[in-house]
Design a protein around this ligand. Sequence first.
Ligand SMILES: Cc1ncc(COP(=O)(O)O)c(C=O)c1O
Length: 397
Amino acid sequence: MSNAELIALAEKHVAPTYGRYPVAFVRGEGCRVWDADGKEYLDFMSGIAVCNLGHSHPALVSAVQEQAGRIMHLSNFYHIEPQIRLAEKLTANSFGDKVFFCNTGTEACEGAIKLARKYSAKKYGEGRHEILTFEMSFHGRTMASLSATAQEKFHKGFEPLLSGFRYLPFDDVESVAAAVSDKTCAILVEPIQGEGGVRVPSPEYLRGLREICDANDLLLMFDEVQVGVGRTGKLWGHEHFDVTPDVMALAKGLGGGAAVGAIVATDKAMAFEKGDHGSTFGGNYIATAAGCAVIDTVLGPGFLDRVADTGDHLFAGLNELAGRHPIVKEVRGKGLIAGIELDREAGPLALKALEAGFLIITAVPTVLRILPPLVVEKDMIDKLLEFLDGALKELAA
Ligand SMILES: Cc1ncc(COP(=O)(O)O)c(C=O)c1O
């Protein structure tokens, strides 16, 4: 079927929840994808930071194929071999001791919220359940994660939200110190905000939050759903800030395209007991076999160094463009997550990119977001930069 035929069918049968670009993709290889009409594109959005190994990566494909041929799903009523292996890899390569598996980012944050409440209820009893979150954050669309998300535009029509969240300015330690009370149990924060416009906090910010948590026995919970698993050139985004949390939410890149989410926690913070939380699909055979292949590849020789190096190349190019195009207000990010803030709406530029064969998306309306697969080549980045150069000129005219 062609793009047009697929879109006509979608309009008839698929819920209209997404503002979709008018194209249906049917195949991908590395950083290239093809639509139903056979047109080729370079992918600079990676399924929103999911396809970190690129498309059809041989290690990921063979892990999923091999697992599908053996056993796809049974239940968390029993032990699950690739789930155990993935938990071992995640804890061996992080601050964490224990992992709870779910399927998506919103579930990972939702679970982390429950975990913080449980930790505090067990130790301090009822009433100490407030979680501090930050303006322009994004933690997902289910009710607790949505309530933690301090962006009004996502709340409209879904009130009343869950109580027990307090929103504070991002990158401002003093306001956090002032907000902690005998009701507070945790801080939930993205080490680098993604959906909120790719915002990197000052170097000392997360360490300041760590100190506040230590002084008040609060759980420090990092939402690494978008920036974890190598996106920034280090395995975890927080490694750039010389700080460790008590709890970390993961999803997106962890499965490289398979739906897998995780809550990684220290033994102290893993307050869940038998029956406290669960998921039918969470950590099933396919998802965690994919996760194992992703982690092994990302931790393979030279992989993360290469991400840092191609990231430097991307930022050198973007900063050079920013110097020549006054409509670019700021370039932000780390490694292979970049936000380009314009002095106007960025949507028309993303659409123009699609027509020219580049997949890029926006974060907030004025910010273009660039999230290539972590295996992107420098010459692909150069092609994107050349396109942006012309498109920015045209947009300004
Ligand atoms: C930081 C962060 N947390 C949570 C989520 C929600 O993830 P999901 O869409 O898998 O539920 C996202 C999605 O963009 C995210 O960027």
